[in-house]
Design a protein around this ligand. Sequence first.
Ligand SMILES: [Ca+2]
Ligand SMILES: [Ca+2]
Ligand SMILES: [Ca+2]
Ligand SMILES: [Ca+2]
Length: 205
Amino acid sequence: MKTITSITLAALVLSAGLAHAQTATADMDGDGVPDISEPLLHSDPMNPDTDGDGLNDLADSDPVTAADPITAGGAAAPYRLGEILVENNVDPATHRDAPDHLEVQILNDGAADLSGLTVFYTITDADSGAVESYVYHPALVVAAGGEARLHVDEGTAPGHLRANPNSLYVTRLAGKHIAVAVQADGFAAVRGTVEKDPGGAETAD
Ligand SMILES: [Ca+2]
Ligand SMILES: [Ca+2]
Ligand SMILES: [Ca+2]
Ligand SMILES: [Ca+2]
C-alpha cells in the first residue's frame, strides 16, 4: 500500500527522538520501530512482524502488505470455509455479542485432523482502494468431522490471531472488501470473501 524508504524511516525515528526524548526509545515489540512511530507505518506496536511475512517492521518496506503465500495445486481439500463474519460476532462461551472482528469458520469434512494451516487475507478499503494483507500460521487443529473458528482479535487462546490496531479494518470508516484463503499443508486452498459495511468496529451490536 505504501512505500517507505529506510532513509525516511531513519528520519522519522530521529525526529521522534528529538521531540520525545523520554519516550522515543520505547519499543514494546523490540522491532526497532519506536512505539510512537508504529501508527505512522500503520503497523502494530505489539507485533514485530505485523503482516506475518517474515520481515520485521523495521526491515519491511511495507509492513502491512504480505505476499500471497498460498501455493497452487495440492490434493482436493477435505475442508471448506463456512461463516466469514466481520460484524455481529457472538462470543461462543457466553452467547452474547462480541466486538466486531474478522472470524472465519473452517469445517473439516475429512477423516483426519487438520493442522499446518496457512491463513492469508486481504483488506481493500472501498473508498481509497488501499489494500493491506496479512499471513498467519495458526497453531490450530481442526478435528476430523469437526469445525474450528479463527478470530482476528485481541485473544490469546488457540484460534485467536493478533489484530493490528493500526489496520485499515480498525482505523477507517469506509466499507471494506475482505478476501480470505486457508490452506493446509499438501492440500488445495479454500477461499471466501465478505463485505464490511461502512462504519467503525463496534464493541457490541
Ligand atoms: Ca516497535
Ligand atoms: Ca511492530
Ligand atoms: Ca513484515
Ligand atoms: Ca511486508
